[in-house]
Design a protein around this ligand. Structure first.
Ligand code: PGA
Length: 245
């Protein structure tokens, strides 16, 4: 599997803007065939973008920002994994903004992962600490959190997921973790995965990634990719991030 860069557009852009940015993101994928590149637009744009982007390189993918924990039914405003099937290859799960503003707790996250795996959409499971502190301490807190989020999942299910280490203090703050800090935490977390599930999954870094630090993050080979928020809203910046990682 190639390293992957995912643009998380969050709740931004009208359709015309989304279409233009999607084309710029496809161009970034075309220029960097050794990478996988994905974009996660707002839900209503997935269908028109899927139509618009009929001829894209194999390394370009669409992702969803959300999925329901339930298979179907009376859950106003939710979208099922089955409905997303065919539209996206990846879906974010457990993003700190969903945990914070939509109270998505660990049981919900585990259920969402199951829904996605059932239809072979790859969950991108986000995790990260609230505040910065020595990374050994952080890593044990994180593995405790992950243990909760992954409760009830088999080792086989866990190894089908991607993960994104996103320290909360770095998301949207303009203060990314240093590449060394990110790499140290991810190294610890991967060791925990190996011990518990016999295999370490892909782990991306996210949190205020810009074109300025993409190169040094890329040098940390333990990082398998990036989850980019704000900077993915500019085609030019996103392209530079892909080139430099
Ligand atoms: P940011 O967002 O790059 O704007 O910090 C990252 C994320 O929330 O996934």
């Amino acid at each position: 599997m190639s390293r992957i860069i995912i643009g998380n557009w969050k709740m931004n852009l009208n359709l015309a803007e989304a279409t233009a940015l999607a084309h710029a993101s496809v161009a970034a994928a075309e220029k960097n065939p050794e990478l996988d590149v994905a974009i996660a637009p707002s839900l209503p744009w997935l269908v028109p973008l899927k139509e618009e982007l009929k001829h894209v390189p194999k390394n370009f993918h669409l992702a969803s920002q959300v999925v329901s924990q339930w298979p179907e039914g009376a859950y106003t405003g939710d979208v099922t994994a089955v409905q997303l099937k065919g539209l996206v290859e990846y879906c974010l799960v457990g993003h700190s903004e969903r945990r914070r503003y939509h109270h998505e707790a660990s049981e919900i996250i585990a259920a969402q992962i199951k829904q996605l795996l059932d239809v072979k959409i790859i969950p991108v499971v986000c995790f990260g600490e609230m505040s910065q502190s020595p990374s050994k301490h952080i890593s044990s807190q994180i593995t405790l959190d992950l243990r909760r989020d992954l409760q009830g999942l088999t080792a086989d299910e866990v190894t089908q997921c991607l993960f994104a280490y996103e320290p909360l203090w770095a998301i949207g703050t303009g203060h990314p973790a240093t590449p060394e800090y990110g790499a140290t935490v991810v190294t610890h977390v991967k060791a925990w995965f190996e011990e518990k599930f016999k295999q370490a999954p892909f782990v991306l870094y996210g949190g205020s990634v810009t074109e300025e630090d993409a190169g040094s993050l890329g040098h940390e080979r333990v990082l398998d990719g990036l989850l980019v928020g704000g900077a993915s809203l500019s085609g030019k910046r996103f392209k530079l991030i892909c080139e430099r990682f």
